[in-house]
Design a protein around this ligand. Sequence first.
Ligand code: ADP
Ligand code: AMP
Length: 217
Amino acid sequence: MRLVIMGPPGAGKGTQAAMIAEKYFVPHVSTGDIFRKNLKEGTPLGLKAKEYMNKGLLVPDEIVVEIVRDRLVEGDCKKGFLLDGFPRTVAQASALDEVLQKMDMKLDHVLNIDVRKETLIERAVGRRVCTVCGATYHVKYNCPSRVGICDVCDGKLIQREDDREETVVKRIEVYLEQTQPLIKYYSDKGLLADIDGQKEIEEVWEQITGVLGRDNK
Ligand code: ADP
Ligand code: AMP
């Protein structure tokens, strides 16, 4: 299964993507996670991406496209993949089309998670992430069993630097301007599945398995 999950920042993409990856046995390829890993390791890519991420801006297309191109040729993507947070511009989407065409592959579904702006801000500002394994929590909607500590690996939970309210507002603006046009792009190709992301995590998951199939093949 070859999938894209899209939606504004804080919509719940990463939360659902982790569940999809586990049920349907596809690697979860998150460009945001790749940048954060590089940033943590202090690589030149991480330092370059930081300039954009902390301002709520998109990393330039050529940088992101190269990363995804390199990732999709890795062996584990042969059986399928789930792209989370990519593409984010029409230029990235057409670059992805070219990459897939060369590999003789096609996308099966684009899941579009729709959530109201006030909810996005509340979700992103309340998000906490594990500094060790990257697991995601929410202070109100998806609490860890011990405050500030990851259930999976006991790592310390922190707020992402780009989850401060003013940066979240900027990221939503950037989404509306640069990423929202992809809804028409994929709808015209007959690939789009609209998901009501306003609902609780389990209800959103029900809608997604309704699209992808209850069987995990
Ligand atoms: P994205 O990857 O789209 O930015 P996340 O999956 O990280 O979003 O979710 C943002 C925050 O909202 C996280 O703290 C997550 O635990 C929480 N969250 C995700 N889905 C829901 C939901 N359906 N209802 C309430 N909170 C949610
Ligand atoms: P995310 O984890 O998906 O919210 O991404 C965090 C940040 O990483 C974004 O706000 C961007 O600065 C950067 N980023 C992630 N994916 C992309 C992409 N496809 N294109 C450009 N920038 C990206």
